[in-house]
Design a protein. Structure first.
Length: 362
C-alpha cells in the first residue's frame, strides 16, 4: 500500500500500457536510427551488421582467403616478371593483387560498401567547396615540387626506372600515405569523443531520429540521476574503425584528386618547356619514347610526372593532417559529421540500455 492509498487494477493496467507504449516507441526509434546509420555510412554502428563483420574477421575465414590470394598473386607476379623480364613487376603485381583482394573482401564480407558509398558521395558532393581549397593549396605545392621537376637528377632517376619499379615506387608512396593516415586519424576520433556533454549530445542529435529521445535522456539524467548518455561516448572497436575508414576514404579521394591535378600540370608544363634535347641530356638517353597520340609528350616525361605526383600525394597527406590551416580546410566539415556520429551513438546506446533494463524488469 502506498502513501496515496491502494493501487487499483485499472491504475496498474494503465501503468503497464504506458510502459508498453514507451517500449514500442523506443523500438521504433532504434529501428529508424539503424536505417539512418546505414544510409550515412555508419554500418558498424548497427549491432547486426557489426556481428556479421566480426564473423567475417574470424581467423578461420581470413586465413583461408589470404592463402588463396597469396598463392594466385605470387604465381601471377612470377609469370609477369618472367614474361616481361622486369623483376620489379613481380612484387608490384603481388602488392596490387593483394590490395585488390583485400578491397573486395572488405566490400562484400565486411560490409564496407555503404561506408565507401557515403564517403565518396560526401567527397564528390562537396566538390564546389573542395575546388577552392585545392586551388589555395596547389600553388604552394607546385612551387615546391617544380624545383624537383627542373632537376636533372630527378629526370635521370625517374626516366630510367622500369615500369615495374616505377609502379612499385608509386605503391610505396601511396602505402606510406595510407599508413600515416591509419596512425593519425584515430587520434582525430579520440579527440572528439573526449569532449561529449549534454550540450554536445543535443546539438549532434538535432534533426535526426534520436532528437526526441536525446532530449528525454538528457533531461532524465539531470532530474532523476539516471544513466547519462555521455557515459557511452567513448567509441571503441569496430565502431571506431568505421569512423576511421570513412575519414580515410574521404581524405584519400581528396589527395588523389590533387595528385591527378599535379600530374596533369607537369604533363602540360613539360610538353611546353622540356625540349627533346633537354630531356635526352637530363636522362642520358640517345632517343625518347614519344607517344604517338600526344606528340609533345614523351614516355620519360610521363614517368617523371607520375613520380612527382605520387610524391606530392604523400606530401599533401602529411600536410593536411599536421598543418592547422590545411587541416581545417580539408577536415573541418567532415569532423562535424564525425561529431554527429559520436553523439548519436552515445544516445543510441543509452536508449538500448534503457530498453534492455525495461525488458529485464518485466
Amino acid at each position: 500500500m502506498s502513501d496515496h492509498g491502494p493501487v487499483s487494477p485499472a491504475d496498474g493496467k494503465a501503468c503497464e500500457d504506458d510502459a508498453l507504449v514507451e517500449q514500442n516507441g523506443s523500438a521504433e526509434t532504434l529501428r529508424l536510427t539503424d536505417s539512418w546509420f546505414r544510409r550515412n555510412g555508419l554500418t558498424y554502428f548497427v549491432p547486426e551488421e557489426r556481428d556479421a563483420v566480426r564473423a567475417a574477421m574470424r581467423p578461420r575465414r581470413t586465413v583461408r582467403v589470404g592463402l588463396v590470394v597469396v598463392i594466385v598473386a605470387v604465381a601471377a607476379g612470377v609469370a609477369l616478371a618472367w614474361v616481361t623480364g622486369d623483376v620489379g613487376a613481380g612484387p608490384a603485381l603481388l602488392l596490387t593483387m593483394g590490395g585488390a583482394a583485400a578491397g573486395w573482401y572488405a566490400l562484400t564480407a565486411m560490409r564496407f560498401r555503404p561506408i565507401l558509398a557515403w564517403a565518396l558521395g560526401r567527397t564528390f558532393g562537396s566538390l564546389p567547396r573542395l575546388l577552392p581549397m585545392a586551388l589555395r593549396a596547389l600553388p604552394l605545392l607546385l612551387l615546391f615540387v617544380t624545383f624537383l621537376f627542373i632537376n636533372a637528377e630527378v629526370w635521370e632517376m625517374s626516366a630510367n626506372l622500369d615500369a615495374g619499379a616505377l609502379w612499385l615506387v608509386t605503391l610505396l608512396f601511396g602505402g606510406s600515405a595510407v599508413a600515416f593516415l591509419l596512425v593519425r586519424l584515430p587520434e582525430e576520433v579520440d579527440r572528439i569523443d573526449d569532449d561529449v556533454d549534454a550540450e554536445f549530445l543535443l546539438r549532434t542529435c538535432a534533426r535526426t531520429p534520436l532528437e526526441t529521445a536525446c532530449a528525454a535522456l538528457v533531461e532524465g539524467a539531470r532530474d532523476a540521476g539516471s544513466t547519462d548518455p555521455a557515459e557511452f561516448a567513448q567509441v571503441t572497436g569496430y565502431e571506431r574503425w568505421n569512423l576511421v575508414l570513412a575519414l580515410l576514404v574521404i581524405q584519400a579521394t581528396q589527395v588523389l584528386l590533387i595528385a591527378f591535378a599535379v600530374f596533369a600540370f607537369f604533363l602540360v608544363f613539360g610538353a611546353i618547356v622540356m625540349t627533346d634535347g633537354v630531356q635526352m641530356g637530363w636522362t642520358g638517353q640517345q632517343s625518347l619514347h614519344n607517344l604517338s597520340w600526344l606528340p609533345n609528350v614523351s614516355g620519360e616525361l610521363v614517368k617523371v610526372a607520375l613520380f612527382l605526383s605520387a610524391f606530392s600525394s604523400l606530401y599533401v597527406t602529411v600536410s593536411t593532417v599536421t598543418d592547422e590551416t590545411y587541416r581545417e580546410q580539408f577536415f573541418g566539415t567532415v569532423l562535424r559529421e564525425i561529431e554527429r556520429a559520436v553523439g548519436m551513438r552515445a544516445v543510441y546506446l543509452a536508449l538500448r540500455a534503457r530498453q534492455s533494463a525495461q525488458v529485464r524488469s518485466q
